[in-house]
Design a protein around this ligand. Structure first.
Ligand code: ZN
Ligand code: ZN
Length: 194
């Protein structure tokens, strides 16, 4: 082989090596990107199940399932309202985080593993509170003798409910702002039944 042929071969080899390096970097970038997306989804679910949100869920759960045992003193009412909004704002953060994840889905794809992971984790919570918020709001309004003004705070929850219903993960009978009554699939309407 002459000098020119060796030189041509070396040129081809370095091009191949450069392409391999780019491919390796791309795979590493993609897996790091996907890891960050999963971590984001995990953090959003963690927010819903720990800390002040977990404490708020106990109080909203009492309102929802009936053993709303507090005396309607102004202090108790204030705590219940704080819990109600703490939980609504948590769902607002989840909806914002999900929207951001959806925007980051690779071009041409309709969904990806990170979004599906988040949706699967939060679906039953969203179904529960679709009815839960409606019942809690009604009881809070009865005690305070005025409507709970939550339209802005509840809009994120409404969008999240719709997105999960479109994916078939939450029963379409649920409504964001109201309990549909007799047609509501929530367990609170079936307590005491065998
Ligand atoms: Zn209901
Ligand atoms: Zn219910």
């Amino acid at each position: 082989m002459g000098a020119e042929e060796w030189s041509a071969l070396a040129g081809v080899s370095s091009t191949v090596l450069a392409l391999v390096a780019v491919a390796v970097a791309l795979v590493a970038f993609r897996s790091e990107h996907q890891r960050a997306r999963f971590e984001g989804a995990r953090a959003l679910h963690h927010d819903l199940t720990t800390g002040e949100v977990a404490a708020a869920r106990k109080i909203v759960g009492s309102l929802h399932y009936g053993d709303f045992g507090f005396t309607p003193s102004p202090a108790d009412l204030s705590q219940a309202l704080t819990s109600y909004f703490t939980l609504l704002w948590c769902f607002e953060r989840i909806e914002a985080g999900r929207t951001s994840l959806v925007r980051g889905i690779a071009r041409g794809e309709r969904s990806d593993d990170a979004v599906e992971y988040l949706d699967d984790l939060v679906a039953w919570h969203v179904a529960e509170y679709a009815c839960g918020f409606a019942i809690a709001r009604r009881k809070l309004s009865e005690v305070s003798a005025e409507e709970v003004s939550d339209a802005d705070s509840a809009s994120g929850f409404g969008r999240l409910l719709l997105a999960l219903q479109e994916r078939g993960l939450v029963d379409r009978a649920y409504r964001a702002a109201t309990c549909p009554g007799a047609g509501c699939p929530c367990a609170c309407h079936h307590q005491g039944e065998c």
